[in-house]
Design a protein around this ligand. Structure first.
Ligand code: DGL
Length: 264
């Protein structure tokens, strides 16, 4: 029996969590929803993100899921209560899971504007350890740059200098990539930050929690990663998304177009 799992994001950010999941186990059937039509979420207003979360719940509502892996920090920060209350299945979130593992006195968080304004990261970390100092930095242009067919490294370079410098001035010791798109440029960011600053991808702690809750079968044998049990859904531009599946995951798959508004 396979576990039925929902994963959603505004676009390709959820690939980081999808990969982390499939690297650890194969007994899952995944519904991956990318709300491409409304990407980026991070520059939207709090209330709009909450309405989108309601629509996402309607989409997943009839899929008979065993769990939801929240792959979008912005929705996590602005609408976790909606996802949990409407779906009534285990919802594994990024922000609370990562806040349990940070332990350095000065932490930096890179995130979308909506995530930063919600202060959800700050509150989650402070509630576990009030002595940790947290510096947040919004990165309003990162997501649309990362969503481009071809990364423009000159642009990414100037944006990352802009976004990282306030955090580095505050002598951060750990850096949380608080938007699931950012781990897609992990190697690039790693080179921009001193090697003694640990860079944390929250998807790892979330997947660890998921695997504790749903233990990996004892018969598990490592096989290379496979996307055969993943169904992809987008809200616009299938062809565009297919190119991204190709370039980021190296696969070709059927992609279904859905209208999230028609379910509400
Ligand atoms: N990748 C999502 C996040 O983690 C959404 C980013 C966006 O669409 O702005 O916040």
């Amino acid at each position: 029996m396979k576990l039925k799992i929902g994963i959603f994001d505004s676009g390709i950010g959820g690939f980081t969590i999808l990969k982390s999941l499939l690297e650890t186990r194969h007994d899952v059937e995944v519904y991956y929803l990318a709300d491409t039509q409304r990407s980026p979420y991070g520059n939207k207003k709090f209330q709009e993100i909450r309405s989108i979360a309601e629509e996402i719940c309607c989409f997943f509502g009839d899929k008979n899921l065993d769990a939801l892996l929240i792959a979008c920090n912005t929705t996590n920060a602005c609408a976790l209560d909606i996802l949990k209350n409407n779906l009534r299945i285990p919802c594994f979130d990024l922000i609370n899971s990562v806040s349990e593992i940070v332990n350095k006195p000065i932490i930096g968080v890179l995130a979308t504007r909506a995530t930063v304004s919600s202060s959800y990261y700050k509150n989650a970390i402070s509630s576990k350890n009030k002595n940790i100092k947290i510096f947040q930095q919004e990165c309003p242009e990162f997501v649309s740059e990362i969503e481009k067919q071809e990364l423009d490294f000159n642009k990414l370079n100037s944006l990352s200098d802009l976004y990282l410098s306030p955090l580095l001035k505050n002598n951060i010791q750990e850096l949380i990539l608080g938007c699931s798109h950012y781990p897609l440029i992990y190697n690039f960011l790693r080179n921009k930050v001193d090697s003694n600053i640990k860079i944390i991808d929250p998807s790892e702690s979330s997947i660890n929690k998921f695997n504790k809750h749903f233990p990996i079968p004892r018969t598990y044998r490592y096989e290379s990663i496979s996307y055969r049990n993943v169904k992809f859904f987008v809200t616009s531009e299938k062809e565009n998304f297919l190119k991204k599946l190709n370039s980021w995951l190296g696969i070709n798959k059927e992609i279904r177009l859905v209208n999230l508004r028609s379910n509400v």
